[in-house]
Structure formats: structure tokens, C-alpha cells
Write a protein that binds this ligand. Structure first.
Ligand SMILES: *[C@@H]1O[C@H](CO)[C@@H](O)[C@H](O)[C@H]1NC(C)=O
Ligand SMILES: *[C@@H]1O[C@H](CO)[C@@H](O)[C@H](O)[C@H]1NC(C)=O
Ligand SMILES: *[C@@H]1O[C@H](CO)[C@@H](O)[C@H](O)[C@H]1NC(C)=O
Ligand SMILES: *[C@@H]1O[C@H](CO)[C@@H](O)[C@H](O)[C@H]1NC(C)=O
Ligand SMILES: *[C@@H]1O[C@H](CO)[C@@H](O)[C@H](O)[C@H]1NC(C)=O
Length: 365
């Protein structure tokens, strides 16, 4: 009823049908969270931001992410070389067969969004790639990426939340740290303390390295951080890695994926000896919004937040994600995807395929 009324406000029919068809999860998303004390609770988030890069023919704002263009000269890059973020280093490599969920990319190799660090310098700068999520109103939530990084030494591959230089939550891989016995992941929270140390978080509690039980360059894995007031919990394939309770950010921001190098022997190293690739197959974020407009939209679509039938469960991703259709089949309100493959379940198909419409009309309805 409520939705039919909204449709009367001059929206085109297709868009309205899309809104109706994707009218799931009106009251948000949840997962079960178990604390170190063993207490399980339902974590509920109002908004979703899901991107399937396996079927993305290009990477732009329509897909939820904006490739960045900037240069940082060597004297400001905190390294031996400058950094040169350019469009040509962000490459869409959708599945060759877009009706499937696995297989080779159209350009060969792993399918997904490719972020490249080039071995050939441009002036004194190392060519790199960065994409920024379009939602800038993320205030607490669960943030997940499925990615694979190659093992060419000399770059830093990162997935992070950014408010500013002292409120930032990072997952970073240094490819020079990979070898037979080392599969290090760096879990970092930039804080006023790390700023005081010249943005070297290594002496602060917001810095932890963890040796993963798998090789990040041999396959895709889901890396995740859950952020709530006073607590950040990091995961890999749903295995808890670390809990941070000090200097936890408390201001809204956006997600960033980047792959860079500045020659700093103590961090990225590099430049890499050959072009180096980070491949991203999906990002899934469930979060609360700091935007009052989003809040009033939520109130409209969810008059009774206690109605658990309208809160979608987010499946745990306990194993390396075989593809983007797993572990996030929520029928999310805001999904960025073009897919002929559909979801695995027949019902999910229509939700998934029309969700891109609802992303467009989201602000209108
Ligand atoms: C997020 O929003 C939900 C629904 O309004 C609320 O129950 C939850 O407490 C919020 N979480 C945080 C960390 O603010
Ligand atoms: C980052 O943002 C917080 C909260 O808005 C603010 O208190 C802090 O001064 C900012 N830090 C920097 C480096 O601007
Ligand atoms: C493997 O990498 C770790 C971390 O960078 C390093 O401490 C160790 O010495 C390396 N081992 C070999 C055999 O290179
Ligand atoms: C949460 O836990 C309950 C009780 O064990 C279970 O029925 C439900 O499926 C779980 N939900 C999710 C999203 O994992
Ligand atoms: C899938 O691939 C076919 C053949 O390349 C193309 O014509 C079609 O537009 C693609 N569909 C989507 C949804 O990307």
C-alpha cells in the first residue's frame, strides 16, 4: 500500500515495479555476532552497499565506485618516488561468459576489478590505482571485500574506511611480505597517536600484523572489518583475527580500494619488477547512515523497525568466496550490478537484476 502511494508520485512504471520487486530488507540487515565473552547478539544495520565486480563491464559511479586521478610528488609521498593515480590503471575484467559466476575474465586471468601498480615510472612517480565508494555517509557497519593480490614484491594493496587521516580503518597487504612462510595481513587504525608518530601506526595499538593460514595471492578471500562504537573486529573468511578497542573512529566516511607504491623500503617497497595486480570480485557493506535524508527514507520504508520479517540476514562467508553470488544474497536496497547470470535462487534472480534500478530510484522514492 505504502509503496503504491509512492509510485503515484510520477515515477516511471519500470522504476516503480523495480522498487516493489526489491521491497525486501526494508528494515535493514543483520548478522549474528559473538563477542569474546561468548555472547551472541544481532547486529542490525539500516543500509546496504553491494557491488559485484565479476559482471561489471566498467568501473564508474554507476557501479558505485569512482576511479581517482591525482599525483603526489616524491617529496610529499613519504617515499622515494611519487604516486600517480590514473584511470588506465583501473581495469574492468568482467567474466567472459556473463551468464556464469566463475571462469576467466574477458581479458584473460581472474575476473573482477583490476587495480594495477605499474613497474614503469611516469616521471618520478609510480603509476597506481584507486577507487572510492560513492556513499560518504557510512557511520558504523560491517565492511567486506573479496580480493586476490599477486605476489610481485613492491606494492601495498588496501581496503579501507576513511573519514580523515586520524580516523581511518585499514586492511593492507604488502606484497614484499609474502613468501613461503609469510602471509601477512596488516590491520591498522590511523589515530591521533599514529599522526603524532608521522603517520607510522606501527608503535600504536591500532597496528597488528597477522599471519594468515592461506596465501592471499593463490585465491580470493573475504577480508572484513566490523566497526561499532569503541570496537573494530577484523576477519578473514569469517575467522576473527583481532579486536581493537582504542582510538576507534566515530565520524562518518567512505570506502576506498587502492593499490600503490612509493618505494618506501619500510612499507610498500617497490616499484614492482613487473605490473602488479590486485583483483576485487565484490564489496559488500552493511552500515548505518549519518545522512538525515537516508534516515527519513528508512523511517518511510520501515514504519516498524521491530518487524524482524523485514530484516534480511547476511550469510556468513566461512570459506574462500567462490563467487560474488555467495555470502550476500540479501536482496539489498542498494546494489550495483549488471548481470545476465542472476542469483542462484530463482526468487533472488529478479531481486538482483532489478536492484540496480532501485539504486537509481532510491533517492526518489
Ligand atoms: C544502527 O541502526 C540500527 C537500526 O536503527 C540500530 O538498531 C543500531 O543500534 C545502530 N547501530 C549503531 C552502531 O549505531
Ligand atoms: C579528523 O576528524 C575528527 C572528527 O571530525 C577531528 O576531531 C580530527 O581533528 C580530524 N583530524 C584531522 C587530522 O583533521
Ligand atoms: C618471509 O617474510 C617475512 C615477513 O616479511 C620475513 O620476516 C622473513 O624473513 C621472510 N622469510 C624468507 C625466507 O624470506
Ligand atoms: C542467527 O542465529 C539464529 C539462531 O541460531 C539462526 O537461526 C539464524 O539463521 C542466524 N542468522 C544468520 C544471518 O546467520
Ligand atoms: C552479456 O554478454 C553478451 C554477449 O557479449 C552481451 O550482448 C550482453 O549485453 C551482456 N549482458 C550483460 C547484462 O552484461
Amino acid at each position: 500500500m505504502r509503496q503504491s502511494l509512492q509510485c503515484g508520485r510520477g515515477l516511471v512504471l519500470a522504476a516503480c515495479l523495480a522498487t516493489l520487486a526489491s521491497a525486501a530488507c526494508e528494515c535493514g540487515y543483520y548478522y549474528n555476532s559473538t563477542s569474546t565473552a561468548g555472547i551472541t547478539s544481532r547486529q542490525v544495520w539500516t543500509d546496504a552497499f553491494e557491488t559485484d565486480f565479476l559482471h561489471a563491464p566498467k568501473i564508474n559511479g554507476d557501479m558505485g565506485w569512482r576511479p581517482q586521478v591525482y599525483t603526489v610528488p616524491s617529496e610529499k609521498a613519504r617515499g622515494t618516488f611519487g604516486k600517480d593515480a590514473a584511470l588506465e590503471n583501473v581495469i574492468a575484467n568482467p567474466l567472459k561468459d556473463n551468464k556464469t559466476w566463475t571462469g576467466e575474465g574477458a581479458n584473460g586471468g581472474d575476473a573482477g576489478a583490476q587495480l594495477l601498480v605499474r613497474s614503469q615510472l611516469k616521471g618520478d612517480a609510480i603509476p597506481m590505482a584507486e577507487i572510492v565508494g560513492i556513499r560518504d555517509d557510512m557511520l558504523y557497519g560491517s565492511f567486506r571485500v573479496s580480493m586476490k593480490i599477486n605476489d610481485i614484491p613492491g606494492s601495498c594493496a588496501a581496503f579501507f574506511f576513511y573519514h580523515n587521516d586520524t580516523q581511518e580503518i585499514d586492511i593492507e597487504f604488502l606484497t614484499r611480505e609474502f613468501n613461503e612462510t609469510s602471509n601477512l595481513i596488516n590491520l591498522i587504525s590511523q589515530s591521533p597517536a599514529s599522526a603524532d608518530a608521522g603517520f607510522d601506526a606501527s608503535g600504536t595499538p591500532g597496528f597488528k600484523t597477522y599471519n594468515l593460514p592461506f596465501k592471499p595471492y593463490e585465491g580470493f578471500h573475504e577480508y572484513r572489518f566490523d566497526w561499532s562504537p569503541g570496537l573494530i573486529t577484523y576477519y578473514a573468511d569469517n575467522q576473527k583475527l583481532y579486536e581493537l578497542t582504542v582510538d576507534v573512529p566515530d565520524s562518518p566516511g567512505h570506502l576506498v580500494l587502492n593499490h600503490w607504491s612509493n618505494g618506501d623500503p619500510k612499507w610498500s617497497g617497490g616499484p614492482p619488477t613487473a605490473d602488479s595486480t590486485m583483483t576485487v570480485s565484490y564489496v559488500k557493506a552493511y552500515f548505518n547512515s549519518s545522512n538525515p535524508d537516508a534516515g527519513s527514507q528508512f523511517d518511510k520504508r520501515c514504519p516498524d523497525p521491530g518487524d524482524v520479517s523485514k530484516i534480511c540476514g547476511i550469510p556468513d562467508q566461512n570459506t574462500p568466496p567462490p563467487d560474488a553470488s555467495q555470502g550476500g544474497d540479501t536482496g539489498a536496497q542498494t546494489t550495483f550490478l549488471t548481470s545476465a547470470a542472476g542469483r542462484r535462487s530463482p526468487v533472488g534472480w529478479s531481486l538482483w537484476s532489478v536492484a540496480i534500478f532501485s539504486a537509481v530510484v532510491f533517492s526518489t522514492c
